[in-house]
Design a protein around this ligand. Structure first.
Ligand SMILES: [Mn+2]
Length: 315
């Protein structure tokens, strides 16, 4: 049985569509509507956000609001490392996915000598950099940040010096860089990528379990295979972007993509992954209730969160 601690990060600086910072409260509303005492049962802490910056110009067109994102990654990394050091299991509920780079930094700060594996369940590879991003939204960059990868070979943008300086700082949060190597990453359900990301995935041979492969093998087998691909790692972080789920299930996320998994498959997948004793942190992101109908995405997300939690506390 593990001591869980919920880390709330109501930030959306890295997203291109407004509203993801409200995702955590939407999950809490879903819990209340289900009559659950979840948010009373577990200890929680809120990381202060910088969403006032949304009122300012985004600046840095190839990495929007990058200075605010840096502040958030530093705060998240401190909270995650503090949580792990006090032998608690962090469940990070965050607005946009850029946070994950801070979570990974926090895990590495707490366990600098351990090899960290990452299971990334997402419609997107989040492998962009200021040199390759078409949107400038940093939520498309957390894997590249953690790999300390610039992808200069695929360069299409010319970021200014200020952006380059902040980008360097993002890659070095926690003073450890890179934090993971490509061999330590497994993608599940990634299906909406740009060619610059495809280039890296191919160059590094990063495994991605496609929807077709998930349907053919079933989630149980996919979970086992994903875990065994990073069996050489000492600890594992599981990152769950709700846009892994099919766009038809709910509109409540900033960048919905068709041909994803169902909420049931997602719940089974996450529950199976949590059976591994190596899993040291779980994160759920990108719930956007302002795009949703009747809070459906948050309700689905809460059920998946419950599946993960029940597995963790029953160990
Ligand atoms: Mn993502």
């Amino acid at each position: 049985m593990r001591n869980l601690k919920i880390i709330e990060v109501k930030s959306e600086l890295g997203a291109g569509t407004r509203g993801a910072s409200m995702g955590i409260d939407a999950i809490k509303i879903a819990a209340l509507d289900f009559g659950s005492r979840y948010f009373k049962q577990y200890k929680s802490v809120e990381v202060p956000h910088e969403n006032h910056l949304l009122l300012e110009s985004a600046g840095n067109q190839h990495a929007k609001r990058i200075s605010g994102v840096l502040t958030m990654l530093e705060r998240v990394s401190e909270e995650v490392s503090r949580t792990i050091k006090s032998e608690e299991f962090p469940i990070v509920l965050a607005g946009d996915h850029s946070t994950a780079a801070g979570t990974i930094a926090g895990i590495k700060i707490a366990h600098p000598k351990l090899k960290l594996g990452v299971i990334w369940i997402d419609a997107h590879a989040d492998l962009h950099t200021p040199y390759t991003t078409p949107s400038g939204n940093v939520h498309g960059m957390p894997i590249a940040i953690s790999l300390a990868e610039d992808n200069i070979e695929s360069k299409v943008n010319k970021p200014d010096q200020e952006t380059i300086n902040y980008w360097y700082q993002l890659k070095n949060v926690g003073g450890i860089s890179p934090k993971v190597t490509p061999k330590d990453i497994v993608f599940i359900n990634v299906r909406d990528t740009e060619k610059q990301e495809d280039y890296l995935m191919k160059k590094f041979g990063i495994k991605n379990f496609t929807t077709t492969e998930i349907r053919r093998k079933g989630v149980e087998k996919v979970a086992i295979e994903a875990l065994s691909l990073i069996d050489h790692c000492d600890i594992i972080y599981v990152s769950f972007d709700v846009d892994c789920m099919d766009a038809s299930i709910s509109k409540g996320t900033g960048t919905p993509v068709p041909n994803g998994i169902t909420e049931k498959e997602a719940g089974n997948l996450v529950a199976r992954l949590m059976q591994s004793n190596k899993v040291c942190c779980f994160e759920m992101v990108e719930i956007n209730p302002t795009l949703d109908k009747e809070n459906l995405m948050a309700e689905n997300a809460f059920e998946i969160l419950l599946r993960a939690t029940n597995q963790l506390i029953n160990d």
